[in-house]
Design a protein around this ligand. Structure first.
Ligand SMILES: [Fe+2]
Length: 202
């Protein structure tokens, strides 16, 4: 009989104490929320696997349909938080003034600052979601996108380069809901630009 790969994820850990403008308390709460997405992704995979093995993976099975529909929300909730925490650092390495990322952003937006400003504008939009700068692996071009919740707006095949959580839980303990721009400023000052650059795929 074929061996079936059981899909299960372990929550990642980050040491981000001492970020500028994003408190350790916010991070602690945020890590807890992230772990909830890992737990739910594992749970959904487990339940869907059980239904498949039991021969109950049918479109007319409402449990199967509901679990399948919810999978993108939990999965992206897990994955995007990993991109987000991975692209933060408390030992700031400063936005690049040259190099590959600088060149790609310049080629895509005219100059690096215009790309950053466009990204911040996307992140400042009303609603619950994410700002993500993607690179199109075919053209190499960067483009900034708004993702509603976790799953609506991601471009299949594009590589996430810079990922910012724009849910209010990312900043509500540090700023008022109307002060999202202060959070975006804080986020920008904590970006790990070396990690961002390492995500370029072309
Ligand atoms: Fe979040």
């Amino acid at each position: 009989m074929t061996t079936v790969l059981h899909q299960s994820y372990t929550p990642k850990k980050w040491n981000l104490a001492g970020l500028k403008g994003i408190s350790d308390h916010t991070l602690e709460v945020h890590f807890g929320l992230y772990e909830g997405y890992v737990k739910n992704t594992n749970l959904l995979n487990e339940q869907l696997e059980a239904l498949a093995h039991a021969g109950k993976a049918e479109a007319s099975n409402l449990s199967f349909a509901e679990l399948s529909r919810h999978l993108g929300f939990e999965y992206n909730g897990m994955v995007l938080h990993e991109y987000y925490f991975d692209n933060l650092t408390s030992t700031g390495n400063g936005a690049p003034a040259r190099g590959k990322l600088f060149d790609v952003a310049t080629a895509s937006f005219g100059d690096f600052e215009t790309w950053k400003k466009d990204f911040a504008a996307v992140g400042g939009m009303r609603g619950v979601g994410w700002a993500i700068a993607y690179q199109d692996p075919k053209s190499g071009r960067l483009s900034n996108h708004w993702i509603s919740l976790h799953e609506d707006g991601n471009i299949a095949g594009f590589a996430p380069i810079l990922v910012m959580d724009a849910w209010e839980h990312a900043f509500m303990l540090d700023y008022k809901p109307a002060e999202r721009s202060k959070y975006i400023e804080a986020f920008s000052s904590n970006v790990d630009w070396k990690i961002v650059e390492s995500r370029l795929v072309s």
